[in-house]
Ligand binder design. Structure first.
Ligand code: CUK
Ligand code: CUA
Length: 676
């Protein structure tokens, strides 16, 4: 075991620490003379190895010191986005997206309700409307300008319910959720094109397009996959569904996708599995999907010419399904929008090198990562030496499209890139990360290391899914750190019941060898993918402009201001105009009659950063969080009579407990409340 340390290394460590400390801006050698023995004692007492100490001092952020990077991570089944500081791996924020969140007051009466409602299932010919109040977030994508992060927006998909959300990174707030009109689930999303013109969302489990019914026996004829291109409008900050469209795909189960950049700008790549189109109605004892879907030797890498698809869409070459434009499969083939090339069966992630020249397919069941050359793909298309799949899609021969196969290890899932010409692939089955050298132009960056060769394998704990490295999904990756998003934690932390946390392991990739720095448990949800950006590339607001509404995303001219508070009754409709400021509401007493229709406006009129207030109303399921400048509006029916408190849920000042009021609802039949 590694936990054996003799005295000599401790002393050396402490001495080294002392020397190191001498270089720091916060201290000099002299200031550590007294502490070096103490440091050595702590190291000995806690049984730390030199690697442990190095990891600790590399990641520790002294009180008040900020992290260099932030990581936006999917929150998996939580339906949210998690924000971490790197290298400290401190959890900084949970941005509510698909799931109500009580700290942010999201989904309990305010703006979140309207945004969540917009993405519910609408009533239609196949069934009634359905509220959906959770999500399974997988792939966050930061907005890009010229294939580089611009720090403005973040997108995230909901695999379970086929939805896409837009988060504005000036306020770290979800502004929009769109429901895919033709599909119930997704997985290959979100990925953005190099100027965030489109946000890509791809279906996963084939089904009839348009959410209709077809029996499983009609699978090949009636079931389909699709890729949706949501048009993002940079001027408004919203997805414009009217300028969005989809492409019909064969009923293979499409998996991860990636937009080309630079060399492959205008193209999109997508993996698939179950090209066997295995399906069974469970009546004849056929094998499970896990056996049936993997019976072919190869699946197909989808190669999609987005630029041509967009031209077809603009030329009106589409049909409408549920009103949404869809380029039919036949048209996609005829207009040379869609090609396939074989990939070893059941791959998982597909990633593009920073220059867009190589498409890396991670084998999952194959110990190799397969590297396709975009140049070769174009040549194969031009050569026309292809056969067709059963739907007529051209299949480019693999020998013409592949550049290299790198034996990485067991269970390659996802690949990230650094700034030195190396790639990092997670090995789910090996519980390891493989570092390997890129070829082509990248060889210049590491002349002594052969192209397409394995450089190092480092164990992680355990079963990594995605990896995340700063700006890996752009033309200018930054290297420095890699986070391994591990699915299993087994023995890494104190057991906290049968549901185990994930383990996020931070790895230093700045040197020739990967070095493990820290472990961080996550018990809020399962992170799938994450993207990391230098904090200085963000432009984050500290307060809202006065009267800002997160519902309309505008400053409301009629937001309640100080001195204009009132309660107005018109018949049985009561409108409350309220302000909140340390440490009181105005007005503090609201008197209603049972059965009144209530519209409750409230503005936090603070200008001081951090001076947030809450508004919780007992028994009425209202819970708002009002940040400085924010205005919200809640509607409800005063259906329950009684005396209810409302109070501020944020300990905002010494007199926070006094920041409260009464909502008095007189029972129907009693004398009505006089107009105020
Ligand atoms: S997926 Cu989860 S580990 Cu949704 Cu990108 Cu691979
Ligand atoms: Cu406002 Cu407590």
């Amino acid at each position: 075991m590694k936990r054996q340390l003799k005295f000599a290394p401790i002393a050396a460590l402490a001495a080294g620490f002392l020397l190191l400390a001498g270089c720091g801006k916060r201290a000099n050698v002299g200031s550590y003379q007294g502490e070096s023995n103490q440091i050595a004692a702590v190291i000995a007492q806690r049984n730390l190895t030199p690697d442990d100490v190095l990891g600790a001092v590399s990641t520790y952020e002294p009180s008040g010191q900020h992290d260099e990077y932030v990581m936006f991570a999917s929150g998996g089944q939580s339906g949210q986005v998690l924000v971490y500081g790197i290298p400290s791996m401190r959890l900084l924020d949970q941005i509510p997206v698909f799931t109500p969140d009580s700290m942010a007051g999201w989904g309990y009466g305010g703006a979140g309700n309207a945004i969540l409602h917009n993405a519910d299932l609408a009533a239609g010919p196949t069934g009634p409307a359905m509220q959906v109040r959770w999500g399974d977030t997988h792939h966050p994508a930061l907005s890009q300008t010229d294939a580089k992060y611009d720090g403005k927006y973040l997108f995230i998909n909901d695999k379970a319910n086929g939805r896409i959300a837009v988060i504005n990174l000036h306020y770290f707030q979800t502004t929009q959720i769109v429901k895919n009109p033709i599909f119930y689930n997704d997985h290959g999303g979100t990925f953005v094109t190099p100027n965030t013109r489109y946000v890509i969302e791809t279906s996963q489990y084939a089904a009839p397009l348009g959410n209709g019914y077809a029996p499983l026996k009609d699978y090949a004829a009636a079931y389909r996959g699709e890729m949706t291109f949501w048009r993002f409008d940079e001027n408004t900050g919203y997805i414009d569904p009217k300028r969005s469209f989809a492409i019909e795909l064969p009923p293979y189960w499409q998996d991860l996708a990636i937009a080309g950049r630079l060399a492959s700008h205008g193209w999109v790549f997508c993996n698939s599995f179950n090209v066997a189109m295995y399906h069974d109605d469970d009546t004849n004892g056929k094998p499970s999907f896990e056996a049936g879907a993997t019976q072919r030797d190869t699946d197909y890498l989808h190669i999609i010419h987005l630029a041509q698809a967009e031209a077809d869409f603009k030329a009106g070459k589409f049909t409408r399904i549920n009103g949404f434009p869809v380029i039919p499969l036949k048209a996609a083939i005829a207009d040379r929008i869609l090609y396939f090339t074989p990939e070893t069966k059941s791959p998982h992630g597909v990633d593009a090198t920073p220059d867009g020249q190589y498409i890396v397919v991670n084998g999952k069941l194959d110990p190799h990562v397969s590297v396709y050359s975009f140049k070769k793909i174009l040549a194969a298309i031009a050569a026309g030496n292809y056969r067709h799949d059963q739907y007529g899609v051209p299949v480019l021969p693999m020998r013409e499209t592949i550049e290299a196969r790198v034996e990485a290890g067991l269970g390659p899932l996802h690949t990230q890139f650094d700034d030195k010409g190396y790639a990092y692939t997670s090995l789910f089955l090996d519980s390891a990360i493989a570092k390997w050298a890129l070829g082509g132009e990248y060889e210049k960056l590491h002349p002594d290391v052969p192209a397409w060769s394995l450089v190092q394998k480092m164990p992680v704990n355990y079963n990594p899914g995605h990896l995340a490295a700063p700006a890996s999904d752009t033309s200018e990756p930054l290297g420095h750190y890699l986070v391994s998003l591990n699915k299993w934690s087994i023995d890494r932390f104190d057991t906290v019941g049968p549901l185990y946390p994930e383990d996020l392991q931070l790895v230093d990739i700045s040197g020739p060898k990967m070095r493990l720095l820290s472990d961080t448990p996550l018990g809020l949800g399962e992170i799938h993918y994450a993207e990391i950006i230098p904090y200085k590339m963000l432009n984050v607001a500290r307060v809202y402009p006065m009267g800002f509404s997160p519902r309309t995303w505008q400053v409301l001219k009629n937001a309640v201001q100080s001195g204009q508070e009132k309660i107005v009754r018109q018949g049985n409709h009561v409108t409350i105009f309220m302000t909140a400021v340390r440490s009181h509401y105005t007005p503090e007493v609201v008197q209603l009659n049972q059965g009144d229709e209530v519209t409750w406006h409230i503005t936090n009129i603070e200008r001081t950063p951090n001076a947030s207030h809450g508004l919780a109303i007992s028994a009425y399921n209202v819970n708002l969080t009002l940040n400085p400048g924010e205005t919200e509006t809640v509607h409800f029916l005063a259906s329950r009579a009684g005396v209810f408190s409302f109070y501020c849920t944020k300990f905002c000042s010494a007199l926070h407990l006094e920041m409260a009021g009464y909502l008095v609802v007189k029972p129907a039949g009693a004398a009505a409340v006089a107009q105020r």
